[in-house]
Design a protein around this ligand. Structure first.
Ligand code: ATP
Length: 217
């Protein structure tokens, strides 16, 4: 990451991929400029937040003109390292893991699941969505050889921590954790936790207890 991007607040950084995806589609359709109101409508982020976010990138929209799509795109490409491929490992080729291997984030051109791991002999040695499945015994060796930087965890919760401990010894710097386990990692490792069951429950809870026009704090 460049020094420039280090100064961006985390909340802004998290919205970058959202902006990037929309601007890319604008660019493909030949559009040269976009207003913060248009962006706001498309990505569902309020326009004041968009203006503040963009001010961190040195992109100051002009009244009546909006933002230059090409400028923003080249900025995002640099900041998100879109030109550099990040290789991802998937651990646990169960139902969810298999779905990810078939999906393989093909629309993102900077991330790709390159290898997968499991303990079940019948799965080891096969390919799912062109991704080879290795045995967990070979985890450290393959991660090092393939220079894997990110791992997706779709294993049963009780084994998540011990697998994490093994991975962070190597090149892995980020973990997308789909297990309900809360992981303990060294401060240099970043974990993003996605618990689909909790997300679903919380959505249902909000539907039942809050109306849409009520302020949610
Ligand atoms: P999912 O939860 O993804 O829908 P599932 O219900 O099919 O999967 P789980 O029991 O959650 O199965 O296991 C997910 C996958 O993790 C399985 O393929 C299983 O073989 C694998 N797995 C279990 N233990 C380990 C381990 N220690 N290391 C790597 N993979 C493991």
């Amino acid at each position: 990451m460049s020094n420039e991007s280090m100064k961006i607040p985390q909340a802004t950084a998290k919205r970058l991929p959202l902006y990037y995806r929309f601007l890319n589609s604008l660019h493909s359709s030949g559009k040269q400029r976009v207003s913060s109101a248009e962006l706001s409508e498309a990505v569902k982020v309020d326009s004041a937040t968009i203006r503040r976010d963009f001010s961190y990138f040195g992109a100051l929209g002009k009244k009546g003109y909006g933002y230059n799509v090409n400028y923003l795109l080249s900025f995002f490409r640099k900041t998100l390292d879109q030109d550099e491929l990040t290789k991802v490992a998937l651990i646990g080729v169960g139902n969810l893991g298999t779905a990810f291997l078939n999906y393989n984030f093909l629309k993102n051109n900077n991330t790709k699941i390159a290898v997968a791991f499991d303990v079940i002999e019948e799965k080891v040695g096969t390919k799912i969505g062109e991704v080879p499945v290795y045995h967990m015994d070979d985890l450290e060796e393959v991660i090092e050889k393939e220079d894997i930087q990110v791992a997706i965890l779709t294993v049963p919760a009780p084994v998540a921590q011990s697998i994490t401990d093994r991975m962070v010894q190597g090149s892995v710097r980020g973990i997308l954790n789909f297990t309900p386990a809360r992981l303990t990692v060294p401060s240099s490792i970043r974990v993003h936790h996605i618990d689909l069951a909790i997300e679903l429950q919380s959505l249902v809870y909000f539907l039942k207890h809050y109306s849409m026009d009520e302020e949610m704090v």
